[in-house]
Design a protein around this ligand. Structure first.
Ligand SMILES: Cc1ncc(COP(=O)(O)O)c(C=O)c1O
Length: 387
């Protein structure tokens, strides 16, 4: 890769994060401890409700697994998810032996279609997992209404959606049962690997905390800081090893502080793209409605069929011009495991299929300069024969 190549995504890590990690390393407390606790408290405060339980884990995938486990999902249950998502949303359903039921999305938002969700409900449906694609909130008013009427639990996959508002309310504070965020390296904030499970429900929080650390009834920090001897604990379930180390939380504490300025930069880059690409043969990403905000984790454009190049050619030519692009997502109905195990057919997901065929995600991240962005815009114009 040439020195001038603009990668599709990069994290922005400053001295604050580096110094905090070094502090953890020097302190001797490198795994889950005081910084993970502080990060959790800061996170609830950031969402605007200190009474929420924020439970730091080592990935959003772990958080989704813990959420379904705490809701009692098991082999007899069905969990409704959009086909247009990353495999993590579906794989956690299989961890528990339950059946994922894939539904189509709305063309206008890339998000789960509430009507498709409602049509897929059976007596076995236990949970729905709406995914806020790219950082634009799903129609949560409808999803929560339908779920409530059918006694279905709601776990929001908010891997892309930090911070994001739906009708003026922060994702993470809605009336869902659980919301899960991701801090993977390319997300709107990072801890290298990590995630946060957020819930207002005390029982879910208690179960998730136990299950994130081996099913131990006391967490590691408590074991080493309380007056009871550290060897004294009980195993109450065959738990997981999903805790977030302090080294990661140290990064998260400072990334979270920077999130408002990160968002401003992302919004600026998105606005610039909206203006610059408006006249080209592409469909711009869906924009948030009044009262809602977009976290702009991704900037997904769609090439119009008459734009002169195929999606794959577009990505190849962008790379030749020094710009990394990506595709979000190859829908799960096309992935061999999901397709073959659950007999998924393209014709049952016409919207996801059409979105996928023309989708390209352009680079959008805080480390990009406006000059970098001009390079992307120029390249798009060249590839589409406009410049
Ligand atoms: C929609 C969605 N859900 C879940 C995940 C999993 O996140 P993590 O890598 O933190 O496990 C991702 C990761 O990109 C994602 O895009």
């Amino acid at each position: 890769m040439s020195e001038n190549f603009l990668p599709f995504a990069l994290p922005e890590i400053g001295d604050e994060e580096i110094n905090e990690v070094v502090d953890s390393l020097r302190s001797g407390w490198i795994t889950t401890g005081p910084k993970a606790k502080r990060f959790e408290e800061d996170f609830s405060r950031f969402l605007g409700d200190e009474n929420l339980h924020s439970i730091a884990v080592n990935s959003a995938t772990s958080g989704l697994h813990l959420a379904l486990e705490a809701l009692g999902v098991g082999p007899d249950d069905e969990v409704i998810i959009p086909s247009y998502t990353f495999t993590a949303t579906a794989e956690v359903v299989r961890y528990l032996g339950a059946t994922p039921v894939f539904v189509d999305v709305e063309a206008s938002t890339f998000n789960i279609d509430p009507k498709a969700f409602e049509s897929a409900i059976t007596a076995r449906t236990k949970v729905v997992i709406p995914v806020h694609f790219a950082g634009l909130a799903c129609n949560m008013t409808e999803i929560l209404r339908i779920a409530y009427n059918h006694n279905i639990k709601v776990v929001e996959d908010a891997a892309h959606a930090l911070p994001c508002k739906h009708n003026g309310e922060m994702i993470g504070t809605l009336k869902s049962d659980v919301t899960v965020f991701s801090f993977y390296a390319n997300k709107t904030m990072t801890t290298a690997e990590g995630g946060m499970l957020v819930t207002a429900n005390d029982d879910i929080a208690k179960r998730a905390k136990i299950m994130r650390l081996h099913g131990i009834s006391r967490d590691a920090f408590d074991r080493y800081t309380s007056n009871k001897p550290s060897w004294s604990y009980e195993i109450v379930a065959p738990g997981c090893k999903y805790n977030m180390p302090d080294i990661c939380a140290a990064i998260g504490i400072h990334q979270l502080k920077k999130l408002p300025s990160f968002l401003q930069k992302r919004e600026l880059l998105a606005e610039n793209y909206n203006e610059a690409l408006n006249a080209l043969p592409v469909i711009l990403p869906p924009q948030p409605e009044a009262g809602s905000t977009h976290s702009w984790h991704l900037y997904p454009i769609r090439l119009k069929p008459d734009c002169g190049v195929s999606r794959d050619q577009f990505i190849e030519r962008m790379a030749q011009l020094g710009v990394g692009c990506s595709v979000h997502f190859i829908p799960l109905h096309l992935q061999p495991y999901w397709r073959d195990t659950f007999n998924l057919e393209e014709r049952d997901f016409p919207v996801s299929q059409a979105l996928f065929e023309g989708e390209v995600s352009l680079p959008l991240y805080t480390k990009m300069t406006l000059e970098d962005q001009r390079k992307v815009i120029e390249a798009v114009n060249k590839v589409l024969n406009n410049g």
